[in-house]
Each structure stands twice: as C-alpha cells, then as structure tokens.
Design a protein around this ligand. Structure first.
Ligand SMILES: Cc1cc2nc3c(=O)[nH]c(=O)nc-3n(C[C@H](O)[C@H](O)[C@H](O)COP(=O)(O)OP(=O)(O)OC[C@H]3O[C@@H](n4cnc5c(N)ncnc54)[C@H](O)[C@@H]3O)c2cc1C
Length: 448
C-alpha cells in the first residue's frame, strides 16, 4: 500500500492504530490533508482498514438478521449495506420458528402489532381440469397452536430490524456497497465502492441472487429459470379474511391471498411471464375486477393499493453453502419460488445458524471463518435447504403438469390430506421448522 504513495507519500503517510469502543482494531492510513470537498468522515472512510470477526454483505432481511444475531452473540461485526428505503411491496408469511428467531433478535416486540396472524390455510384447486383436487384446510388449532405464523410487509419488518441494528454498539454499519471481496488464507479483505477497506475472518454473503461473495468464494451455482412470474400487490376488501390464507391453484401456478392487519391481504399471483406483465399493466378497476373473480369473490369487492411488482421465478442452488471464508445465507444460498412461503423463513434460519457457529468458534478461541467452522454451518443448513427446495419443486411441477396421471396422483394426495387427520397434522408440523437449527452451537456465551 505504501508503495502506491511513492517516496514523498511514504514520508507523509501516518498509520493510526486504535481500538474502537466495540473492540475492533482500526488502522487508518492518512496521507496529507483531506481532499478538497471531502469531509472528515469521508476522509476517514477513504483511508480506513478495520478488522472484524465477521463482515455481513447485504442489508436485505437475511443480512440484517445475521448482523443482529452475530453482534448480539458478541461477534465483532461490520454490516456493508446501503441504507435505502425498501423497494417493493412484498410481504412475508413468517412461519413457526421465524417468530421465535425474531423474538430472540429483539425485533418481534416492535413489529408484532403490524403483522396479521395466520390461523387457517386453505388450498383450493382452481383449475378447470378433468381431475380436480378437493379443497384442503389446515387449521393451526389441530396441532395445538394459536397461529401458524404471521404475515408482515417486508418494509415494516426491515424497519424494525434497522432500529434494533442501530442500537447495537458492536455492530458497525458501513453505508455502502462491496466492490470487491478477496479471500486470503488468514482473512478476507473487502473493499467498498467509496474505498473503505474491511478485513474479517468470516464473510457472510447475504447479497442476494447475484452474490459477489459467492463468486469470490468460487462457489458454482445451478440456475433453473421457470416460465413463471409472480405479480405482487396488496388489496383491501369488503369481507373479513378471518385470519385465513387462501391459495388458489391454477394451471399456471398459485394465486395466494395472505391476510394483513384489518380487512387487507397481500396477493401473490403466479402466471406465465407475459400474462403477469399484462395483468400488472391493467388499471386499478380492471385489475380489481380480475382479482375478485380469481378469488371466487370470497373476500368481496377489492381495492388495489399502490405499488405492483413482478418477480421472474427461478430455482438457484449453489454447489456449497460455504467455502473459503464465505458463508452464504438467504437468496445467495437458495432461490425458490414463493410456494409454501419458505424463502425468507429459510434465510432467517441461515442467519441464526451462522451466528451460532461463529459465536461457538470464538468462544473456543477458534477462527469463525475456518474450513471446520464453515463445514459445521454447511452441515447445519444443507438438509433443511435441500428438503424444502425439493418439496417446493415437486409441488410446483405437479401443479403445472398437463400429464393426467400426475394430476390424478395430486388429487389423491390432496384427498388424503383432507380426510386423514394424522397425515394432515404430520404435514402441518413438517411445514413449520424447529426453532433451533439442528446442531446449532449451544454455546452462545460471551467471549472472555
Ligand atoms: C413474490 C414473492 C413472495 C415471497 N413471499 C415469501 C413469504 O411469504 N415467506 C418467505 O419466507 N419468503 C418469501 N419470499 C422469499 C423472500 O422474499 C426472499 O427469500 C427474501 O426477500 C430474500 O432476502 P435476502 O436478504 O436473502 O435477499 P435480498 O432481499 O435480495 O437482499 C440482498 C441485499 O443485498 C444487497 N446487495 C447486493 N449486492 C451487494 C453488494 N455488493 N454490497 C452490499 N450490498 C449488496 C442488495 O441491495 C439487497 O439489499 C417471497 C419471494 C417472492 C419473489
């Protein structure tokens, strides 16, 4: 680095080394006076190289959850994420363990009142096929729960997470994007677009579908683009939803109405991409007429709220969940279509798992980014991610299949679910994951 300054630069370069309140060591290389127009903070950022136990890249819900979990477990953590308003109208059906995890992170208490409970889930065959499946109704009371989970707008969940993150003294926020990640044997080095340098033992790649961290770790990804796209928007309606989520199965994919607080629901409507684009372009009156019909009028008259988004659907599966000091979480680690509301529920479990592994390693005075630590993370998460991706894939394939025998098998399966209580209860329990990932480091004690 000094070579880049040249001889004169070397004479003027000063190395400031100080320990921050949060314990991270910070090395500042400062050359001369701040450039014209650069304030102190920008100058500081420009020439800073700080060392952390972990750096999280990406401030979506998975990244924020990981940053919170790591910092709360006394792992010195930096979060590299731009502070921007959440950009779409998606909501998340948080199921079972996700609520426990958000409680553990201290997030749930501040956003619970903004979420709607999901007590009943109805699956309705809305195809006009020869062989149609009967309606199946899952009621949380059957397995002794008061709710399967809660549905919340992502922007509200993220705001609650941001508030918690701002209160953690050992979580350093770098309001920027990672421009490069370099893996070195002893540590990973990250450079942001504005020039901040960060070094960490562990990189948590929460940077979504086109993950730079995944590329930096040399992890290949298998991608399968589906001929489906999800149109999302929120509606208010004349009739109450009674905390019932209703999924209409069509020949192009599901159309789901998930309760929001009050007489409102979020809609995820899966179609062939041209049809999704066509529906998204309809004016409010035409779209509400179309969606009321699609909902079989069970919620009465509907009003479309502002904002619509279309998401092309795909499956993405990296060859590994962790390698070379990088652990992947959230959509960097798995992309699945929004069937059965599993995506972020998986992502939250990833976040808790990597924090548990890192805290456990540090408590034993070991390297949280070592091959051994990453192996533990992979072992904890692989089966859950694989199993759920496979079930979602199968469910989607049988829904789309034109092959009549497959449609018959699906109809029989649904009939069994409708009629056989123990089977229905088994499926309900399986859909709700355990609150603690298998093999999670039980040791969350603080470091000495
Ligand atoms: C229509 C739809 C409905 C869904 N419904 C549900 C549901 O009900 N339940 C559920 O569990 N899941 C659901 N999902 C899935 C869920 O939305 C995703 O799993 C979740 O949003 C992924 O979060 P993430 O944090 O991993 O990724 P993202 O939200 O994509 O966040 C990644 C972040 O990383 C940032 N980033 C990227 N590159 C860099 C960089 N170089 N430096 C810094 N930052 C970077 C991006 O700007 C972004 O903010 C749904 C998905 C869809 C499409």
């Amino acid at each position: 680095m000094l070579a880049a300054f040249g001889h004169a630069g070397f004479a003027r370069a000063r190395l400031h080394h100080r320990r921050l309140k949060n314990g991270a060591r910070r090395f500042n290389w400062c050359v001369g006076e701040p450039e014209a127009g650069m304030d102190d903070r920008a100058h500081q950022a420009h020439y800073t190289a700080a060392q952390y136990d972990a750096v999280v890249v990406g401030g979506g819900p998975a990244g924020l959850a990981a940053a919170l979990a790591l910092a709360q477990a006394n792992v010195r953590t930096a979060l590299v994420a731009r502070r921007v308003p959440y950009g779409d109208n998606r909501t998340t059906a948080l199921l079972g363990s996700s609520i426990d995890n958000l409680r553990r992170l201290g997030v749930w208490a501040s956003c619970e009142h903004l979420a709607a409970p999901l007590r009943v889930m109805r699956l309705v065959d809305s195809t006009d096929r020869l062989i149609r499946a009967p309606e199946v109704r899952f009621d949380c009371g059957e397995i002794g729960l008061t709710a399967f989970g809660y549905n919340i707008e992502n922007r509200l969940l993220l705001a609650a997470m941001e508030t918690c993150a701002a209160q953690l003294p050992n979580l350093v926020r770098i309001d920027d994007e990672a421009a490069s990640v370099q893996i070195r044997p002893e540590r990973a080095a990250l450079q942001t677009k504005a020039g901040t340098s960060v070094e960490a033992n562990l990189v948590v790649g929460a940077d979504g579908r086109h993950s730079m961290c995944r590329d930096a770790a040399g992890i290949d990804v298998q991608r399968r683009t589906l001929d489906q796209a999800a149109l999302t928007f929120n509606v208010s309606h004349a009739r109450p939803h009674h905390d019932i989520s209703t999924e209409f199965h069509t020949a192009n994919g599901p159309c789901v109405f998930v309760p929001l607080p009050g007489d409102r629901s979020s809609v995820v409507w899966v179609n062939a991409p041209p049809e999704a684009a066509r529906l998204a372009a309809l004016d409010d009156d035409k779209l509400s007429a179309r969606i009321e019909r699609q909902a079989h009028f069970h919620l009465g008259e509907m009003h479309i709220e502002g904002g619509r988004n279309v998401f092309p659907l795909a499956f993405e599966q990296p060859a590994r969940l962790a390698a070379n000091r990088v652990a992947l979480i959230g959509e960097a680690a798995h992309v699945v279509p929004p069937i059965g509301a599993q995506g972020l529920n998986l992502g939250l479990r990833d976040a808790i798992a990597i924090a548990d592994v890192a805290a456990h390693e540090l408590a034993s005075r070991c390297d949280p980014g070592s091959t051994q630590a990453l192996g533990r993370y992979e072992q904890m998460r692989r089966a859950d991610v694989l199993a759920r991706s496979t079930v979602i894939d199968l469910a989607n394939r049988t829904l789309l299949a034109d092959f009549v025998p497959l449609q018959a098998i699906r109809a029989i399966g649904m009939k069994l679910l409708d009629k056989v209580g123990p089977l229905r209860r088994f499926v309900m329990r399986e859909a709700l994951a355990k609150s603690q990932p298998d093999g999670a480091g039980s040791d969350r004690t603080s470091r000495s």
